[in-house]
Each structure stands twice: as structure tokens, then as C-alpha cells.
Design a protein around this ligand. Structure first.
Ligand SMILES: Cc1cc2nc3c(=O)[nH]c(=O)nc-3n(C[C@H](O)[C@H](O)[C@H](O)COP(=O)(O)OP(=O)(O)OC[C@H]3O[C@@H](n4cnc5c(N)ncnc54)[C@H](O)[C@@H]3O)c2cc1C
Length: 393
């Protein structure tokens, strides 16, 4: 039985393990976390609408449901040339036929970023954000700023959506408590039109939302760093805040940057459309890279998203099977590139869709919020195999 080692237990790694295990490969998943973290629903942890445990799915439960091997350890080195990986515990694994790299992205480090917390960072940060917000609620007033940064070397690694969602949810939480008027909420981003890649209609709707909810905008100035006071900009100005939530753009994973894998300028693993890493002469290696860790090629508006990670995982399982059977009807991710999300506002949501032909956003008051909540449960139970998977979800 051919051996497949998968590095990372997120959307990409978990789905690859499930698909390959179903195809009867000898699959080992290696993760530095004991749980799969459902990032899209983590936006409700800071506002107490979800518990941290609601967003975590124990990898041992997934292992029990699907039967793959599981190692909880951190990958410290990958050598393509030696066909080996080294774990933090010192173990070296070099007896695999295929390696799937799915360890997500690292984050760009801006000066003073330690004065901020990120909803897209280490999972525990959602709890730290919750504590910070609780402190301000107890005080009864304050200034809260939320925003995101860019990566000029790879725009697909920029993530702003969860920042919009969290700020809208905070607005609603404060309103419910009857103290919204005592707070100044500001959204900031270095680009003049943050959210533009979702399409022009979405951009207009976001603007309407900001105005309706009384959220200030601070756009179009390059961020130079952070301090205890707030966010500093290139023109010497500071956006003062009692609490700043900042989502740095992603860049290449540290282990990848130190490996011999080919990368793009931002440090993401270069693959072909079938998610396979190629040799210099264009022949296929036995290594695949999927999810946020992979360099996403294509349209200007492309974005690293969970559903793209899942498409890549499914494709790779298929592509490995094709190779093993001596066929080459490989599947690629390019044709599946789109932006798809239900952007939550705490009391409703907006459905956002973008591909090369269409871009639209329409409001889903009340029902949108319930839809996203249900998706969280669907994600958990479908991955555990307790309910069927719906294609594309
Ligand atoms: C707050 C938030 C909201 C989002 N909302 C949406 C949405 O609505 N729709 C959507 O499509 N996408 C959304 N996304 C994006 C989506 O979550 C990511 O694209 C997705 O998580 C990428 O999956 P991944 O498996 O590549 O990486 P990750 O989910 O980051 O998983 C990487 C895994 O690798 C592990 N790992 C890392 N380093 C090591 C190491 N050295 N050794 C071993 N294991 C390691 C990590 O512990 C983690 O389990 C959201 C993201 C965030 C943060």
C-alpha cells in the first residue's frame, strides 16, 4: 500500500487525509495542533456568541472516524532532495511515496505588531480578543480599531473579510448592551478601496454599511507600525485606539522558506495547476502543496480561501490515484477559482460571490447569520462523516 504523509491539519490537510484514506492509501497526518480549527466561525468567539470549543474539532475524533494515522508534532524541516521531513521531537520520516504540504501561511511582521491581536492568527488569539473586548465593555467606553494589511508580493495572501465581520459583530454586541454610543469604531486598511476584489457592488455595499453603523473609515495610508497608542501611518499620523485588531497579510511558511522547495516571491510553494511541485525540467516530483501554503496563480482578484483548499485536497487525492494507475487525467484548481463567502454582521449577513465573469453581493438579513451558524455545524459533522458532504460546500 502506497504511503502518503500530509503535513498540517487545517482545511487542506484534513480533507486530503479523508479523501486519500477512502482510496485506501496508508495515510499519516502530522499536525502541530491537536484540533482542526474552523477559522470562518471563529469570528464569534470574541463576542461570546461561540465558545472556543465550538470552533475546534479534535483530530483524534477525525482519526477515529476515518482511520488515518495521526502524529501530533511540529514539522521543523522538509528536504525534497532527501525525501525526508524532520519533526521537532527529532523524528525523521523518509519512507513515504507522496508528501502533501498543507501547513497554511505565516504572517508578515510589521513593527510593533505585538501591540495588536489578530482574528486570523493563532487560534488562542480569539480568546485574547474576547478578554480585551470584555475589559472595554466593563469600562463602558473606548476606541476600537480593526483593519488589515497588504502584501505587495502576493495579493492573494491578503485577508480582510474576517476583520469586517468581527467589527460588525462588535457593533451589534455593543448595541445589544446599550453602550454602542460610548464607543468609537474605526476600520483601517492601507489600500484606498479595501474589499475591492470582491467587486464594485460589494465595495458600495460595504460603504453603506459603514455609514449606517457609524463606523469610521481610515483608508489609503501605508501602515508603518503599531505602538501602545495605536496604528502609525507613513504620513506620521496615528490612529489612536484602546484596542487594535490587525490582520497581517500572509507570507511563506517559515519551514518552507528554509526548505529546498521552489517558492514564489512571497515564499509560497510553487506548483502546477494540479498542485504538484515540479522539477526544474517540468517533470513531476512526489510532493504536492495545497491550501494557503501554495502559490495561487491566476486572476488579480484571486484569494486564498478554505473552499479552494478543499478543492485542491480533493484534486490531489484524485491526481495521486491517476498517477498510481498510470493515467494522467489530472484535475486542476484554476477553473475553480472564485471568491465565495457569507459575510456575517452579527444579525444578518451578505452573500458574496466573485469569479471572472460575475461579481455580486446581496444582503441576507437574519437568515444569513443563521445560515453561517448552520454551516459551522455542517462543517463539523460532514468532516466526521456523520452527514453527507454537499459538493462545493
Ligand atoms: C477568521 C477567518 C475567517 C475565514 N473565513 C473564510 C470564509 O468564510 N470562507 C473561506 O473560504 N475561507 C475563509 N477563511 C480562509 C480559510 O480559513 C483558509 O483559507 C484555510 O484555513 C486554509 O486552510 P489550510 O489548511 O491551507 O491552512 P490552515 O487552516 O491555516 O491550516 C494549517 C494547519 O497546519 C498546521 N501547521 C502549521 N505549521 C505546522 C508545522 N510546522 N508542523 C505541523 N503542522 C503545522 C496548523 O496547526 C494548521 O492546523 C477564513 C480565515 C480566517 C482566518
Amino acid at each position: 500500500m502506497k504511503k502518503v504523509v500530509i503535513l498540517g491539519g487545517g482545511f487542506a490537510g484534513v480533507d486530503a487525509a479523508i479523501h486519500l484514506q477512502k482510496m485506501k492509501y496508508d495515510v499519516t497526518l502530522i499536525s502541530d495542533r491537536e484540533y482542526f480549527y474552523i477559522y470562518p466561525t471563529s469570528i464569534w468567539v470574541p463576542t461570546h456568541e461561540s465558545e472556543f470549543s465550538d470552533v475546534c474539532l479534535d483530530l483524534k475524533e477525525l482519526q477515529k472516524a476515518h482511520g488515518f494515522n495521526l502524529i501530533i508534532d511540529s514539522v521543523s524541516k522538509i528536504s525534497a532532495k532527501e525525501n525526508s521531513i524532520t519533526l521537532e521531537s527529532g523524528s525523521v520520516i523518509n519512507d513515504y511515496d507522496y508528501l502533501i504540504v498543507a501547513m497554511g501561511a505565516s504572517k508578515m511582521k510589521l513593527k510593533g505588531v505585538e501591540h495588536t491581536l489578530s482574528i486570523c492568527g493563532a487560534p488562542e488569539q480569539s480568546l485574547a480578543i474576547r478578554d480585551k473586548l470584555d475589559e472595554l465593555v466593563a469600562k463602558g467606553s473606548g476606541k476600537i480599531a480593526m483593519g488589515f494589511g497588504g502584501n505587495p508580493k502576493d495579493t492573494s495572501a491578503v485577508r480582510g473579510g474576517p476583520g469586517f465581520e468581527l467589527l460588525f459583530n462588535v457593533h451589534n454586541m455593543l448595541k445589544k448592551k446599550g453602550i454602542r454610543d460610548n464607543f468609537e469604531l474605526t476600520f483601517f486598511a492601507p489600500m484606498p478601496e479595501p474589499g475591492k476584489r470582491m467587486g464594485s457592488q460589494a465595495l458600495k455595499m460595504m460603504d453603506v454599511m459603514f455609514n449606517k453603523l457609524g463606523i469610521k473609515k481610515h483608508f489609503g495610508k501605508k501602515i508603518t507600525g503599531f505602538s501602545e497608542k495605536g496604528t502609525n501611518f507613513e504620513d506620521g499620523s496615528t490612529l489612536e485606539a484602546d484596542f487594535t485588531m490587525f490582520i497581517p497579510a500572509g507570507n511563506g511558511h517559515k519551514v518552507i522558506q528554509e526548505s529546498d522547495l521552489p517558492t514564489n516571491e512571497a515564499g509560497f510553494v510553487k506548483t502546477n495547476n494540479h498542485s504538484c511541485v515540479e522539477n526544474e525540467d517540468g517533470t513531476l516530483t512526489n510532493i504536492y502543496a495545497i491550501g494557503d501554503i501554495a502559490a495561487l496563480e491566476g486572476y488579480d482578484w484571486r484569494a486564498k480561501q478554505g473552499h479552494i483548499a478543499e478543492v485542491m485536497a480533493k484534486n490531489v487525492a484524485h491526481n495521486i490515484k491517476e498517477r498510481e494507475n498510470g493515467r494522467r487525467k489530472f484535475k486542476g484548481y484554476h477553473e475553480h477559482l472564485n471568491i465565495l463567502c457569507v459575510m456575517d454582521s452579527g444579525n444578518g449577513a451578505a452573500f458574496v460571490y466573485r469569479d471572472e465573469k460575475r461579481a455580486f453581493m446581496f444582503p441576507l438579513p437574519v437568515v444569513g447569520h443563521l445560515l453561517k451558524k448552520s454551516w459551522g455545524k455542517y462543517c463539523r459533522y460532514s468532516k466526521l462523516g456523520k452527514i453527507p458532504r454537499i459538493p462545493g460546500m
